[in-house]
Design a protein around this ligand. Structure first.
Ligand SMILES: Cc1cc2nc3c(=O)[nH]c(=O)nc-3n(C[C@H](O)[C@H](O)[C@H](O)COP(=O)(O)O)c2cc1C
Length: 212
């Protein structure tokens, strides 16, 4: 697939992945797409780990699951569906979230997006690595592979970054579990554009969208 607009509108979270290995050449293509992204001052303080070691993935998954049991699961159970999502779809999403929780470590490869951001990263730090993450998600989709942008491990950042072996001054910003998808891709589900886009005055719908 190479129509970028089609890719962007169908890059869904793929939480059910086959354990089959993904060739390193494809991972290199994905990383190449990531390294093409913008980053502040072009300082390129991003670092990416390609993690395949089952022991490392398992050690992180334990914390990923703990965060689900203690925070994410209860939140899902008590929250309303987001804009543009029916109750049924939301339930299905919750099922997929639970599936990934239990099978996180079984994805054949993880790409862990990190930054050499020093001891006290500020609010803009992630802006120098998330464009690369999004580029990689789009490349993963274009190659027919699946992934999900995950940050839940950060609820136990100290423990999971120790399990990943990150040195001082380096922090992780996302883990992308990558594999061949079990399911099919479909369009992303979002609310109406007019609910999110304002013109000159915050809160007032941008004129071309009025009535849409
Ligand atoms: C900052 C961020 C963090 C996320 N963290 C997780 C995560 O830890 N686990 C997970 O299953 N999905 C995670 N997601 C995926 C979102 O839940 C997902 O993109 C959203 O529900 C929309 O669904 P879609 O990607 O299928 O369109 C994250 C997405 C973003 C942007």
């Amino acid at each position: 697939m190479d129509d970028v607009f089609e890719i962007m509108s169908t890059t869904r979270s793929m939480r059910r992945l086959k354990p089959d290995p993904v060739p390193d050449e494809l991972i290199q293509k994905i990383l190449h797409a990531g390294l093409g992204a913008a980053n502040g001052g072009n300082t390129q303080k991003w670092r990416f780990m390609v993690v395949k070691d089952p022991a490392i993935k398992q050690a992180v998954q334990v914390w990923y699951k703990k965060a689900f049991d203690e925070v994410v699961g209860p939140r899902y159970a008590s929250s309303a569906p987001p804009p543009g999502i029916t109750g049924d779809k939301y339930k299905r999403q919750h099922g997929a979230v639970e599936y990934l929780t239990d099978h996180f470590h079984e994805a054949p490869v993880w790409i862990v997006a990190c930054l050499e951001d020093g001891p006290n990263p500020n609010r803009s730090a992630g802006a120098s690595v998330y464009p690369a993450v999004q580029n990689m998600l789009l490349a993963i989709r274009a190659l027919g592979l699946g992934s999900t942008l995950t940050t839940r491990h950060l609820q136990f950042a100290k423990e999971t970054e120790a399990a990943l072996g990150l040195p001082p001054g380096v922090h992780s910003y996302a883990i992308l579990p990558v594999g061949y998808p079990m399911g099919k891709f479909g369009p992303t589900g979002r609310g109406k554009m007019s609910d999110f886009v304002f013109g000159d005055k915050y809160g007032e719908v941008w004129a071309p969208l009025a009535g849409a």
